[in-house]
Design a protein around this ligand. Structure first.
Ligand SMILES: Cc1ncc(COP(=O)(O)O)c(C=O)c1O
Length: 416
C-alpha cells in the first residue's frame, strides 16, 4: 500500500505493439523494399484502412498535421481564405490552416470539449471557406447542426479525427461525416504506426486523387499507378505543387498489424474501461460531467476527461492531478485550451519576412488576425475543471479500478 489506501501496482505504458510487429517490420527491412513506391504494403494499408472505415479512398501520410494540410489544400483552401476551428485543440488543427495559406478563426467549445455549433455562424465572413471540427478525446462533435450551417453557407467540413479513431455519428464513422477526415497515428494516439503516421479519408474520389497528388510531389498519381501496374518506368509528371508526405513501408506494416486487432482488442477494451468509469464516476458528487457518449454521438474514448464540480470540491484540476500523480496514478490536465494565446498568433509570426499570411494586407483582413482580441470563455473555464483519466488497452481492469479508487479518495478528501 502507498499510504493512501490504494494498492501499489504498476501501470503498463502506451503504446504497445501487436506481438507480430517486430518480425513483420524486420521482414520489410530485409526485403529492401522500404518506401511507398518500391513496396506494396503502403497501398495494402491504405486499402485496409479504407475498408475498415467504409471509405472509398484512404491516403496514408507522415502524420496527422500532414493529413490536415493535404485535406485543406486539396479542397482548394489557401491564401485569402478563413477557416473556422476550435481554439481548444492541439495546435496542428489550426497551424495546418496557416500551412495551407489561410487564416484560422477561433471558435469556442461547449463543456463536452467539442466546437460549439451555436457560436459558428457569428464567425462566418465572405472569406470563410471551411470549418475544421475536432473530435477531441474521442468525443464526437455535434455534427448535425454543423453540417446544416456548412450547407447553408457553402463551406467545407474537415474532420480532425486525430483523437478519434472509430467514433461514430449516427452510425457513420467519423472522418466520413464531413467532406474529408484526417487521422493521426502518432505515438500517443489510439494506435500508432511506429511513432508517427497519418491518413486522409474521403468518399469523394476526385478529392481523394487530389490528396494523393498533393501528398506526393504533385505527381499525376493515377498515371503513375497505372504505369506501375504495367511494370513500366515511372513517369515524373508534376501536375501541381505538392509535398512528400509518404509513409514508409515499415510504418504501414505496423499499421496493418494494429488495425487487425483494433476492433476486437483495442477499441473493445476502451469501451469496457469507459463503462467501468461511467458506472463508478457518472453519479459521483463532485464530478460535474463524464465524457459524452450517446447513440447518435458514439465516443471512441482516446482519453476519459472528467469535469470537477467546483461548487462541490474545493480543489481545481491542477492540484487534483498533483494529488493523483502523488498516489502513482497517471493522468493529465488540459494541454491546449486556447490556441490563440500562442506566440505565433499573438505576434503574427508566419512565413518569410512578410510574415505571411498574418501581415499580408493583400490577402488577410487585419481584424481577423488580431488574436489579442479573441477570447473563448468556455475553453478557458475548462482548464480548472478538466482531469483526463486514461484507458489504454495495455491496462487491465485492476488498473482502472485503482484509478477509480484514487479519484474517489481525492474527491472525498476535498468535498466542501
Ligand atoms: C487534435 C489533433 N489534431 C492534429 C494532431 C496532429 O497529429 P500529428 O502529431 O500526427 O501531426 C494531433 C496530434 O497530436 C491532435 O491531437
Amino acid at each position: 500500500m502507498n499510504g493512501s489506501g490504494v494498492e501499489e501496482i504498476g501501470f503498463p505504458g502506451w503504446p504497445q505493439f501487436a506481438p507480430e510487429v517486430p518480425e513483420e517490420v524486420s521482414k520489410v527491412l530485409t526485403s529492401g523494399k522500404v518506401n511507398y513506391w518500391t513496396g506494396k504494403i503502403g497501398m495494402e494499408f491504405e486499402d485496409a484502412f479504407a475498408k475498415w472505415m467504409g471509405a472509398k479512398m484512404a491516403i496514408s501520410c507522415t502524420n496527422g498535421t500532414a493529413a490536415l494540410h493535404i485535406a485543406l489544400s486539396s479542397l482548394g483552401v489557401g491564401a485569402g481564405d478563413e477557416v473556422i476551428v476550435p481554439s481548444y485543440t492541439f495546435i496542428a488543427s489550426s497551424f495546418s490552416v496557416v500551412q495551407a495559406g489561410a487564416v484560422p478563426v477561433f471558435c469556442d467549445v461547449t463543456e463536452d470539449h467539442t466546437i460549439d455549433p451555436a457560436k459558428i455562424e457569428a464567425l462566418i465572413t465572405k472569406r470563410t471557406k471551411a470549418i475544421v471540427v475536432v473530435h477531441l478525446y474521442g468525443v464526437v462533435c455535434d455534427m448535425g447542426p454543423i453540417l446544416e450551417i456548412a450547407k447553408a453557407h457553402n463551406l467545407y467540413v474537415v474532420e480532425d479525427c486525430a483523437q478519434c479513431i472509430g467514433g461514430e455519428y449516427k452510425g457513420t464513422k467519423v472522418g466520413l461525416v464531413g467532406d474529408v477526415g484526417c487521422f493521426s497515428f502518432c505515438q500517443s494516439k489510439q494506435f500508432t504506426t511506429g511513432g508517427e503516421g497519418g491518413c486522409v479519408v474521403t468518399n469523394n474520389e476526385d478529392l481523394g486523387w487530389e490528396c494523393r497528388s498533393f501528398r506526393d510531389h504533385g505527381y499525376d498519381v493515377r498515371t503513375r499507378m497505372n504505369m506501375l501496374a504495367l511494370e513500366e518506368k515511372l513517369p515524373y509528371i508534376h501536375r501541381r505543387v505538392g509535398f512528400n508526405y509518404r509513409l514508409t513501408e515499415m510504418q504501414s506494416v505496423i499499421g496493418l498489424c494494429e488495425l487487425r486487432r483494433y476492433d476486437d482488442w483495442n477499441l473493445a477494451r476502451r469501451f469496457e474501461y469507459a463503462a467501468m468509469y461511467d458506472k463508478a464516476l457518472g453519479n459521483l458528487r463532485g464530478i460535474k460531467a463524464i465524457p459524452l457518449n450517446t447513440a447518435e454521438r458514439k465516443n471512441s474514448y482516446w482519453w476519459y476527461p472528467i469535469l470537477l464540480d467546483l461548487d462541490v470540491v474545493d480543489i481545481t484540476a491542477k492540484d487534483f492531478i498533483k494529488e493523483l500523480i502523488g498516489m502513482g496514478i497517471p493522468c493529465s490536465g488540459i494541454l491546449w485550451p486556447e490556441s490563440y494565446l500562442e506566440q505565433a498568433y499573438q505576434n503574427g509570426v508566419g512565413f518569410g519576412d512578410a510574415q505571411f499570411p498574418f501581415k499580408s494586407k493583400e490577402y488577410t483582413d487585419p481584424k481577423t488576425v488580431d488574436y489579442s482580441k479573441v477570447v473563448c470563455p468556455v475553453a478557458r473555464s475548462l482548464r480548472d475543471q478538466t482531469v483526463s483519466l486514461f484507458l489504454h488497452p495495455s491496462w487491465e481492469k485492476e488498473h482502472i479500478e485503482k484509478v477509480i479508487a484514487a479519484v474517489k479518495e481525492v474527491i472525498a478528501k476535498h468535498t466542501r
